[in-house]
Structure formats: C-alpha cells, structure tokens
Write a protein that binds this ligand. Structure first.
Ligand code: DQQ
Length: 543
C-alpha cells in the first residue's frame, strides 16, 4: 500500500516544510543545477515582509538537496522581503542575482547580489554590494508595482539588458535597463511592452530566444541574429501566464508580436497552461542544450497551514517552438524516466466501448506517468458546438463535465480514483462539430476529485488545434503525483495542471482507468503507465 504522505508530492519540487511560491533564478553552472524559489522560512503562508530565496541544488533536475537560503531580508534595500528575480553567469564565471527588494519603506526596488565564492560548487553564500538598490523606483511608476527582473542578456554592443515589469502611469509595462558593469543600470526610454490601458499590473516576465520552429533544442538567453524568434511571457496579475512569439530588436530593445491581432492585453495571448499554474520562468540548460521551464503550482484547498507546507513546482518541462512558429510545445524533461519502476498497460487496440471503463491495474498509480493514444474510428456522433462556447472552453468544460454521456467523448483517463469511483479526476477529450469541421475540447474535471466539501473543484478546458478528421487519434500524457495532475494533450501543445485532494488517499490506494462515455467506441492504440519512484526532494516528506 502506498504511503499517504500527507498530500506531499513524491517527485515535484518542494522545500522540506513551509511556504514556497515563484521559481527564481534557475541556473546550470559548473555541472550543477541550481533552483531558487520564493520561500517563507517562518510558516506555510505567503510571508508579508519575510520572504527569502530558498536554494536547492541537483545533478539531474529530479533529486534535490537544500543548501540553505541564498537571500534573506536583512538589508535596508530588502528589509521587507527578497522578491522574485533571476540569475545570470557573468563573463569569467561569476554568478549574479538580480531580485526585487521590498525596502525599509516598503518601496519596490531592484538589487544585485553576487556569488561570494564562484568556485563553491554549491554557491551557498551571496553578497549584496552597498551600492544597492541598483534600480530605484522611477518617478513615473504607480501603485508600487516595479519588480521581477528577467534573466539578463548580453547585447551585441557589449551591454547587459534586463527586463523589469512596472506599472507606468497606470499601465502594465515591461521596462528595459542597460548596463556595462551589472551595477549601474540605465532605463531605456521605450518600454519593451506596454499593455492596453486596463491592465495595470504584470508579474514575472520572461524573454528568451528560440531555435527555428520545430527544432527541439534551446538557445542561450543572449543568442541573437537574423531569423531568431523570441518568446515574451508575461504573468497577468493574480491570474495566468500568457506568451507571444515575436521579433526582438536588439538595437532599440523593442518587441514586435507575430500575432498582432491578439492585441496588447497579455490576457488575450497564448495561454501557457490551461489549469492552475503561475509565475513560470525558464532557463537555458547548456548540459542538454534545451530550454527548461519551471512554474509555481499553488494549493487549491486552503489547507497549507494545517499540512505545514504549501506550494509545489510543476515538474520541469522542456519547451520549444512548434512547427507553426507561434505555439510552444511543452514536455516533461526526459530525466523523469530515471524514476520509472514498474510498467503496465492496455493491450494494443483495446476497445473501450460506449459507456465503458478499463482499469489499468498493477501499479501504485498515485505517483505515475501515463501515456495514451486514443483512436476515434467514427466521428459521426460528434455533437454540434454551440458557437457561444468558442471563446470559453473552460465554461464548456464546466457545462459538459466528464460524467454526462456525449457523442464522440468524453473519453480519456480517470486518475486518483477511489475503489468505489466516487472520487476521481477526469482528464478527457470531447469532439464537436463546428462549421463543417471538428473541434476537440481537452478538459480536466475536478468536480468529483474529492469528497471533501468547501474546496475549490473547478473544470479546466481548452480547444486543441488537431485535425482529428485526418489524424483520427489524440495523444495524452498525464503525470500523477498525489495532489497534482499535470496533463499534456496533443504531444504537449496544450497543457493543463490541476491540484486535487482526494480523501481516500489517506486510507486507501488510488485506481487508474481509461474511460469512454461517448456514444461510439474508442480504441486505445497505446496506453503505458509507469509507477514512479519517490525522488529525494530536500529531505522532506517524512510524515
Ligand atoms: N510573487 C513575488 C513577486 C511577484 C509575485 C512575491 C508573483 O515578486 O510579482 O512573492 O507571484
């Protein structure tokens, strides 16, 4: 029988205890991965005035050791908190951190810190020079919103650049600062991005170059040259992460979007994850020549204080530009395979008849990696889509749910299911007819995820860009880890992360099923499920 683990995850990044939020300054340096994060060393709530940078190191991005806080709020320029920021390795090999300090007057400023001993493989100690803050709050910034420096990149003119989000005269903007020495920074007059007027606050920006569309490798943040496309990711205050592909001009320090029709409100850009995920940040992993994305996944039940910890990080994802040059593809980093233990599956071409379920038994499925391909022999039963849902897939997901019978679908996986099936989280697809074509909805339905009352159990939804008439199949990968279900539809073109709190987990084991509640049969042409081992994550989890 599996260990209940008090809801703690088995292979997602968590500190041993207390609160964490945004990923900060991910870095690969001298053969070691470093991960920093917003951490409250005093309790399991967001620490107003007390946030530090927690710091862990890893050789494989899977197993982590805590090496003590990198930054604590100890100086006049960060006395009320060390907020989010980034890390950059300077020429000569010295790592530097740029971060937001909440100063003694509670004003947001940008500070720098340097690794005290760059030869220390653990980079345990960081020093903050007296010239901080290196970017005081400008006079035109409103609402005390000036924060979250991006990783710095080096221009062809030899100057460093960094992006900082700011509310400028009431408008959410991304400012660029330039510096020759990483200490004296000068603001560029033109913002790299200015939102439409009704978007005052942005957070956690990320700007990075991409290899050509379809190529899975990543590029260093300073890569430039003709034809290089960039991704600008902005976090829409207290809501969601959105991104846009475009052209970054490294002379003017401006950005022109590849999809101008989506406008200046980042809320209308492409959504990074259609579930519950926030404040993502990527880095270039020179060891494997790929770009890796981290993101905070908050609790969804208000239970952090009772558990003594709150917040996890999404499992690191490799990201690259899809062949269309507009969309990011996201996929769990391959190191997850080092945790794979026992494998079970369904036989090729298992048919899941209308209204049916097939159990995938034989593994501890509360910590598992499941990959499935569903084949749809017949599209005739597809329901007609009411066009009012075209702009509201989440609303459609909530309306349809997983339990009701449909035409083509709902079909997919029931995960973290109790023996009596009263509790389950459904990850599924449903195909609709629209305008002589077919539209595929991907959903994660949490309404039956837990018997517990008074917790948030939403439904998430997104339309996929698959030509299902031609392909006749849809792929799904789902990572299950006790209280998190991370799903990757259509090879990672649509992602959906959910936090769930099944009650049965405290006393019993969870089950896994493929299901089909549509009117026609669906074939599972592939279903492999691996039980995953528990990773060593900061020595926590001994409940
Ligand atoms: N969290 C940090 C801020 C950032 C926000 C403070 C986003 O720097 O804007 O913990 O979650």
């Amino acid at each position: 029988l599996e260990h209940p683990r008090n809801g703690r995850t088995a292979y997602h990044f968590q500190p041993a205890k207390f609160w964490q939020n945004d990923p900060n300054g991910p870095l690969y340096h001298n053969g070691m991965y470093h991960f920093f994060y917003q951490y409250n060393p005093h309790g399991a709530t967001w620490g107003d005035g007390t946030l530090s940078w927690g710091h862990s190191v890893s050789g494989d991005l899977v197993n982590w050791a805590d090496v003590g806080n990198a930054l604590d709020p100890t100086s006049p320029f960060d006395a009320n908190g060390c907020w989010s920021g980034s890390a950059t390795v300077l020429p000569g090999g010295r790592p530097a951190i740029l971060y937001t300090g909440i100063d003694a007057n509670r004003v947001q400023v940008q500070n720098v810190a340097f690794a005290k001993n760059p030869a220390d493989p653990l980079l345990r100690e960081w020093e903050k020079p007296d010239c901080n803050p290196v970017m005081p709050m400008p006079a035109d910034v409103t609402g005390n919103n000036f924060r979250d420096p991006t990783e710095a990149w080096l221009g062809r003119d030899g100057l460093w650049r960094v992006g900082v989000v700011a509310e400028v005269g009431g408008v959410g903007s991304l400012l660029v600062y330039r510096s020759a020495d990483f200490l004296r920074w000068e603001r560029n007059a033109a913002p790299l991005h200015a939102s439409s007027r009704d978007v005052p606050v942005l957070e956690c920006p990320d700007l990075f170059p991409m290899a050509p569309p379809g190529a899975a490798e990543g590029l260093d943040v300073s890569a430039s040259g003709a034809g290089v496309l960039h991704v600008l990711k902005l976090t829409d205050f207290a809501k969601e992460d959105h991104y846009m592909v475009g052209r970054y001009d490294d002379v003017e320090d401006t950005f022109v979007s590849a999809e101008p029709e989506r406008g200046d409100d980042p809320g209308n850009w492409r959504r990074l994850d259609h579930g519950h995920l926030y404040a993502s940040k990527s880095f270039y992993d020179a060891r494997k020549k790929r770009r890796v994305l981290w993101a905070w996944v908050d609790e969804n039940d208000g239970g952090g204080v009772a558990r003594g910890w709150a917040g996890i990080q999404a499992f690191p994802r490799a990201i690259w530009l899809d062949a269309d040059g507009k969309r990011l593809v996201q996929w769990p980093i391959e190191e997850i395979e080092t945790l794979r233990r026992k494998r079970v599956g369904l036989q090729w071409a298992t048919e899941v008849e209308a209204g049916g379920r097939k159990e995938v038994a034989g593994i501890v499925s509360s910590q598992a990696d499941v990959q499935a391909v569903f084949e749809i022999p017949n599209l005739e039963e597809a329901e007609t889509l009411d066009p009012k849902w075209l702009q509201d897939p989440k609303g459609l997901a909530a309306e349809m749910g997983a339990s009701g019978r449909g035409g083509v679908g709902p079909f997919g996986l029931l995960v973290l299911a109790s023996g009596d099936l009263e509790e389950h989280t459904a990850v599924f697809f449903r195909v609709f007819k629209h305008d002589g074509k077919f539209k595929v909805l991907m959903c994660t339905d949490l309404t039956r995820s837990s018997r517990k009352e008074g917790i948030n159990k939403p439904s998430y939804g997104a339309f996929l860009d698959v030509d299902v008439e031609k392909e006749r199949s849809i792929s799904l990968r789902t990572l299950i880890d006790h209280t998190v279900v991370e799903s990757f539809g259509d090879g990672g073109r649509a992602c959906m992360t959910a936090r769930v709190y099944p009650e049965h987990a405290a006393t019993g084991s969870s089950r896994l099923y493929a299901f089909n509640y549509g009117a026609g049969a669906v074939k599972v042409s592939k279903l492999e499920a691996w039980e995953l081992a528990t990773a060593a994550v900061n020595g926590g989890g001994h409940f």
